[in-house]
Design a protein around this ligand. Sequence first.
Ligand SMILES: NC(=O)c1ccc[n+]([C@@H]2O[C@H](COP(=O)([O-])OP(=O)(O)OC[C@H]3O[C@@H](n4cnc5c(N)ncnc54)[C@H](O)[C@@H]3O)[C@@H](O)[C@H]2O)c1
Length: 423
Amino acid sequence: MSSIDCTRLAPLVRGLCVGVSQQSRVVISGSIGKAVSSQVLTVELGSALKEDRLDEEAAALVLQEAYAAWEFEMAPSGAEAITQKATVEKYPACIVIHIKDNPEVVFWIDRDLDTVRKRAEQEDISVLEERIPQNDGLSDPRSNAKSRGEVVKNKIALVTGGAQGFGEEIARALAVSGALVFIADLNLDGAEKLAARINAAEKRTAALAVAVNVADEASVEGMFRRVVETAGGLDLCISNAGVLKAASLLEQDLGSFKFVTDVNYTGFFLISKYAGRLLRLQYRTAPSWKTDIIQINSKSGLEGSNKNGAYAGGKFGGLGLTESFALELVEYNIKVNAICPGNFFDGPLWSDPEKGLFVQYLRAGKVPGARTIEDVKTFYESKVPMKRGCTGPDVMRAIYYIVEQEYETGQAVPVTGGQVMLH
Ligand SMILES: NC(=O)c1ccc[n+]([C@@H]2O[C@H](COP(=O)([O-])OP(=O)(O)OC[C@H]3O[C@@H](n4cnc5c(N)ncnc54)[C@H](O)[C@@H]3O)[C@@H](O)[C@H]2O)c1
């Protein structure tokens, strides 16, 4: 039956395991040759078919009920289940799904991509366990803040425009913090090279390249399909890809205005639409698991930018989208926030020796008296109260804050060294 789309099943299965373990999990589809024992969760999903299409809410309910019945059989109970103020939750590493006359679908689950691939290869059906700390009501909630990088450990993240600039900084930092990162970029070659460097440094599959044009709907949809096929779902989506074509209002042609708007504004809409659909699917089986969509906006989303209207306009609009999407997606425990960085002077946009903004401004004589690139840089740095440009680590602190913060959505977090402040 062609209407059963496996890429809609994987996030539901992933949500189920994430909901039980309260940890991010990687889910891949595979097969099982050995006899299925009671360690495997077998689910008959036929009743979730409505007019030959999978009803996601009904499917989530069937999965949760099947797990509850399996859990009853497998999990320890009473005093045995509670050890040292932690409940031991058991859940299957292999789930087999039957849907009427369709071939069975087999999913393998584990905490990271390398382990789950090995598990599927070896057909290791041994049950997974997670110790869930019990809240005894005595712990001080103020001491609950996690160390920054911990908040993304083992999570699955995607960064658009991840091949260079801020996106590269974010992808690298997330990988170092223990996340699995999809580096999504128009420049697939650059994304692949970066992923290879990250994986060599991390000695694990920490990054994967995926091609996307964020301004093209079919491309965005295909990218999220690839993510689900590879890892089962997502926890954190960072919409970072952006372009800049500075021009006077009186001179700019419509084509270049539309190009900037398509990538920076429409691109964020498309990324949020398909990320939102995927995260909502996971929510169906993991209703208490919070996920994030973060737009890398700009200080130009907070304050106009002379002869740069297409860019600033799209970034202002991005904050309107952020607030609106946040209101709609809060129902599914999806937070939507934006980060508004100041200028990344050390990144390629400014510092590229041939086409960077510093060299362009030097050639154009935009900074009176400037003779070298250093002079131009000093001029721009002096505009920042903190006297330096924004860096990757500055943006990462904002990302970790947003992911950790459970009680905020629809916000713009400025990271501008004091150059632009909220009104
Ligand atoms: N550089 C800055 O000073 C600065 C300051 C504030 C905000 N920002 C924002 O940070 C984000 C990243 O900027 P950057 O300076 O690192 O940019 P960059 O030009 O260095 O890198 C952008 C990346 O996005 C990719 N990309 C471009 N168009 C794409 C598309 N249609 N689909 C997929 N990928 C695409 C490029 O291939 C590139 O890898 C942007 O949203 C930008 O507006 C940058």
